[in-house]
Ligand binder design. Structure first.
Ligand SMILES: NC(=O)c1ccc[n+]([C@@H]2O[C@H](COP(=O)([O-])OP(=O)(O)OC[C@H]3O[C@@H](n4cnc5c(N)ncnc54)[C@H](OP(=O)(O)O)[C@@H]3O)[C@@H](O)[C@H]2O)c1
Length: 303
């Protein structure tokens, strides 16, 4: 890590309210990544909410999700990603946030997901109400649906100070050529795409393009929807991982993702406290060298 980055991380950690929480992690060691088009640094592990927060209106379950969010923030987490496509997730986020005293570091990211421009505007208003936030840090066009018209809306919001960053999303390797076209022809702050130890297709041309254009990248499905854990059932963490400070398979998969220099943030989703704890461990320690990443990849694909 170069000296300038280290000082930035140190200062941003000292200045953030999470530093005031006492917990087992040393915030000065959190792996923060710079948003290329701004001077802002964000925690490289965020969280997704598809399925895991789509739990309806069950008060007991909402309280449990609030505990997960509390742990997320206390561990230095910032980015929460959702969408109107995720059923009750946005409402559950809002209800859970009401149980939390301090979420000043929240980096709220949702999406617009409708073929209609007018309805898109309405959706964004609804999302603000559901989350209970004044404005979103990041608004993304979900799965590139009607991106031309929705991007117009998002550019207006940004111009008028109602939004910090604009992005588009895709997943499962779909529509990469279209995403490439949009990245080349539209002004974007973020893209969101699938990237994990099994699905590295984005490395072919999207990540190099993001680097060239200075676009931040959010990696969705960092556990390939959870299926990565099926491969390692009953398999011990290898010493090559332990030797570089990795303590769990979850951390193994997440460190692989965030150690790619172009990835800004990974957004694993979980409904379980102990899984959130494991996932947030990946925010600490060292970025892996390319050599170590190659070793982790080789071991995993030979299981
Ligand atoms: N087009 C798009 O915009 C798009 C598409 C896909 C996803 N996304 C975003 O990306 C987020 C992440 O993707 P995803 O939810 O599809 O998949 P994921 O994060 O790759 O995997 C989630 C699954 O992993 C399990 N899991 C999490 N932590 C674990 C741990 N430490 N140990 C064992 N299992 C663990 C979860 O189960 P438990 O609940 O049991 O922990 C859940 O079943 C989504 O939630 C969404 O916000 C966006």
């Amino acid at each position: 890590m170069d000296r300038r980055l280290f000082i930035k991380i140190l200062f941003s950690s000292l200045l953030t309210p999470t530093f005031l929480f006492s917990n087992e992690y040393n915030k000065t060691k959190a792996i923060l990544k710079k948003i290329p088009k701004s001077e802002e640094y964000i925690a490289s592990i965020g969280m997704g909410t598809w399925l895991t927060f789509d739990i309806g209106y069950n008060t007991k379950k909402i309280k449990q999700r609030a505990e997960i969010l509390k742990l997320f923030f206390n561990s230095g987490g910032q980015v929460i990603d959702s969408s109107p496509m995720y059923g009750s997730s946005e409402k559950v986020i809002g209800k859970s946030l009401k149980h939390i005293d301090n979420y000043k570091n929240l980096f709220a990211a949702t999406k617009v997901w409708t073929p209609n421009k007018w309805h898109g505007k309405k959706q964004l208003g609804n999302s603000r109400n559901y989350w209970g936030v004044q404005k979103f840090e990041l608004l993304q066009v979900h799965n590139l649906v009607n991106y031309e018209e929705h991007l117009e809306t998002l550019y207006d919001l940004k111009k008028n100070g109602h939004l910090k960053y604009i992005g588009v999303t895709t997943s499962h390797g779909s529509r990469h050529k279209k995403l490439e076209f949009i990245m080349k022809n539209y002004e974007l702050d973020f893209v969101q795409l699938t990237y994990n130890i099994l699905d590295r297709e984005a490395e072919n041309y999207l990540l190099p393009l993001a680097k060239e254009k200075g676009i931040a990248v959010i990696a969705n499905r960092p556990f390939q929807g959870g299926s990565l854990f099926n491969y390692i059932e009953n398999i011990n963490l290898p010493s090559l991982a332990k030797d570089i400070g990795i303590k769990s398979w979850a951390e193994y998969f997440l460190k692989f993702v965030i150690s790619n220099e172009t990835i800004t943030c990974a957004i694993p989703a979980t409904s379980k406290i102990n899984h959130m704890k494991q996932n947030m461990q990946a925010l600490y320690g060292n970025i892996l060298t390319n050599r170590d990443r190659d070793k982790l990849h080789k071991f995993f694909i030979n299981i």
